[in-house]
Design a protein around this ligand. Structure first.
Ligand SMILES: Cc1ncc(C[n+]2csc(CCOP(=O)(O)OP(=O)(O)O)c2C)c(N)n1
Ligand code: SF4
Ligand SMILES: [Mg+2]
Length: 345
């Protein structure tokens, strides 16, 4: 008897998950960055995102190569080391109908790119900024980056003496409106956070600890799979319900912080830490600082603000993207230039 293969499950825009995949990864087997690419595929599929509206932006590094391994139908721009934020800012100003997904590394963001990172966080662009954080420059053979913890050891025995930059604490202080940390090995938490990030309007910063199995996964490293499994301390359990899903209420109200996102979706944060309120900016920064002193790696959604205007709103731009306006509108006629020159005489 002939057997029939069941049709693949499709999402709300009629696409199977296969359509959200990218090229075959050339990264090392077991690299945390590969797991993150898989979660991005799942999140974009589950949310039914139109790939043609997404721009995948990156800098340089193993992490910055990874946009080639998901969402083949999206636009992509692999820029210069540390310069992904400014290229993305330009692209969004030219066409604010695009959804920007920036993928960067800890070196790309916190070392060479720290200046660009800082100013992008201040601007509340409508962008998802992911840092695939392994504490080292993986692509150039594992030197410490600016997120390496004091006392962390390289394979060669070199010990890091400098204090780390906490990307999340910086992003919160500077003005990002959705800030969290996850671990590439935590499928459920990372997937929920990515889906909520897609529904959020404004600057999303997710710092994802992503072990480099080749240069930073040994005894003495604080970004190894073993260390993360032991010292990962979630502040909240992250549950996401898309606006097109049936909403089931099954929680204890006193233990939950419910956030309505811009597209009507719901982010439910079950408190694990006493008095943790993700709308309290000062408390979020304090919690991160205290965890750092105790050598703990806090994960979860630390801060969320759904009220702040984005840069595009503040600039009061015309509805039609600047990039699609005809030259007759964007270019002043000769008479206007002549009159301007006349006024400068
Ligand atoms: C201007 C410039 N300086 C230095 C380099 C060399 N370089 C390439 S990737 C990299 C570090 C990448 O580290 P990270 O961003 O953490 O990515 P990972 O490879 O760890 O994912 C460096 C220093 C470069 N390509 N361009
Ligand atoms: S060198 Fe490290 S960061 Fe680069 S692909 Fe290999 S495991 Fe990943
Ligand atoms: Mg790195």
């Amino acid at each position: 008897m002939a057997t029939t293969t069941p049709a693949p499950r499709v999402n709300r825009i009629g696409l199977p998950v296969l359509e959200y995949r990218g090229g075959k990864s050339t990264l090392c087997a077991g690299c945390g960055h590969n797991a993150i690419s898989e979660r991005i595929v799942d999140a974009m599929f589950d949310m039914g995102v139109e790939q043609e509206r997404v721009i995948k932006m990156s800098g340089i590094g193993c992490s910055s190569k990874s946009p080639a391994y998901f969402m083949n139908r999206s636009h992509a721009f692999n820029s210069i080391h540390g310069r992904m934020p400014s290229v993305t800012t330009g692209a969004l100003l030219a066409n604010h109908n695009l959804q920007a997904l920036g993928v960067s590394g800890d070196g790309d963001t916190a070392s060479i790119g720290v200046g660009q990172f800082v100013h992008t966080m201040r601007r509340n662009l409508n962008m998802i900024y992911l840092v695939e954080n392994n504490g080292v420059y993986g692509l150039t053979k594992g030197q410490f980056s600016a997120t390496a913890d004091i006392g962390s050891k390289l394979k060669s025995g070199v010990v890091n003496q400098l204090p780390p930059i906490d990307i999340c604490a910086m992003a919160i202080q500077l003005g990002a409106t959705f800030v969290g940390r996850s671990f590439s090995g935590d499928k459920k938490q990372l997937l929920s956070m990515l889906k909520a990030a897609i529904a959020h309007k404004g600057m999303v910063l997710i710092d994802i600890i992503s072990p480099c199995v080749t240069f930073n996964d040994h005894e003495g490293s604080t970004k190894s799979y073993k260390f993360l499994q032991k010292y990962n301390d979630p502040i909240n359990e992250v549950d996401f319900t898309a606006n097109f899903d049936d909403i089931e209420v099954d929680y204890d109200a006193g233990q939950v912080f419910d956030v309505k996102l811009h597209d009507g979706s719901s982010l439910r944060l079950r408190k694990l830490l006493e008095n943790y309120d993700p709308a309290d900016k000062a408390n979020a920064v304090r919690s991160l600082m205290e965890a750092q002193e105790k050598d703990e790696v806090l994960t979860g959604v630390f801060y969320i603000n759904t009220q702040k205007a984005t840069l595009i709103d503040q600039l009061n731009l015309v509805d039609e993207p600047l990039a699609t306006l005809p030259e007759s509108i964007t270019r002043p006629p000769k008479s206007a230039l002549d009159s301007l020159m006349e006024n400068l005489r």
